[in-house]
Design a protein around this ligand. Structure first.
Ligand code: B16
Ligand code: MG
Length: 225
């Protein structure tokens, strides 16, 4: 068995893993908080990574001690999303995070399938702008699921679409809650970002720069020892 067979497929989160949009989510929530009259910090934003838009809104409103009716919440979420989409209006392949494109093409050339598993309802809208849709076996976003991370629904559906057992699939995630989702369903997990924040991952990489199938296989090898 060659090392690359230590895993059979991958699932990539979107915001903060494939593309540099996590900052735009933060800017949009901060703008909403400021309009509502309170501060929203980068630290508080960490809580929002990986969770759905409406769950994120509840977190923001809690921070500001604001109560809102369902109708008001829908309007506020729409406002946030309009700003987010405005920030994204010129997004193109330059927003792909460093090293990601090379790793995706390496997987593709090696015939290792991979899927997108995102909580974002905007992922399906953004990904064609990046010119990488054709590389993915399956693209699943927040429109394809009813439960958001830390529920593993999106990852389980992605693995099923590729006909792979979770234990043979590596999930790449930039959020603590996304890693909880991956681990609860028995996936291998790789955190992308700060190891202090992503302490629940099997292993963590700062970015995909200098990352490769060989590096991933070595990491898995270590895990299995
Ligand atoms: P939207 P991911 C998640 O995407 C983001 O991390 C999270 O911050 C956001 O609230 C969520 O998508 C919903 O996004 O408003 O675009 O539907 O990281 O799971 O790819
Ligand atoms: Mg993310």
């Amino acid at each position: 068995m060659t090392k690359q067979h230590l895993f059979e497929a991958c699932i990539f989160d979107f915001d903060g893993v494939i593309v540099d949009t996590a900052g735009y989510h933060y800017m949009s929530w901060r703008k909403l908080a400021s309009q509502l009259g309170f501060e929203f910090t980068e630290e508080q934003n960490e809580e929002m990574k990986g969770i759905s838009r409406m769950d994120s809104l509840d977190v923001v409103l809690d921070i500001g001690n604001i109560t809102a009716t369902q109708e008001e919440k829908i309007k506020l979420a729409k406002q946030k999303n309009d700003w987010y989409r405005e920030y994204l209006s010129n997004v193109d392949e330059s927003a792909i995070l460093p090293g990601v494109y090379n790793f995706l093409t390496e997987l593709s050339d090696a015939n290792i399938p991979f899927a997108l598993g995102s909580a974002s309802k905007n992922a399906g809208f953004i990904i064609p702008k990046l010119g990488i849709s054709h590389l993915f076996h399956t693209i699943l976003d927040g429109n394809d699921t009813t439960r958001s991370k830390p529920d593993p629904e999106v990852f389980i559906k992605a693995a099923e679409s590729m006909k792979k057992a979770p234990s043979r699939v590596v999930v790449f995630e930039d959020s603590y809650k996304g890693l909880v989702a991956a681990q609860s369903a028995g996936f291998m997990s790789c955190g992308v970002g700060d190891p202090m924040v992503l302490a629940n991952a099997d292993f963590v990489i700062p970015t995909f720069e200098k990352f490769s199938i060989e590096v991933l296989s070595n990491q898995i090898d270590e895990l299995e020892k």
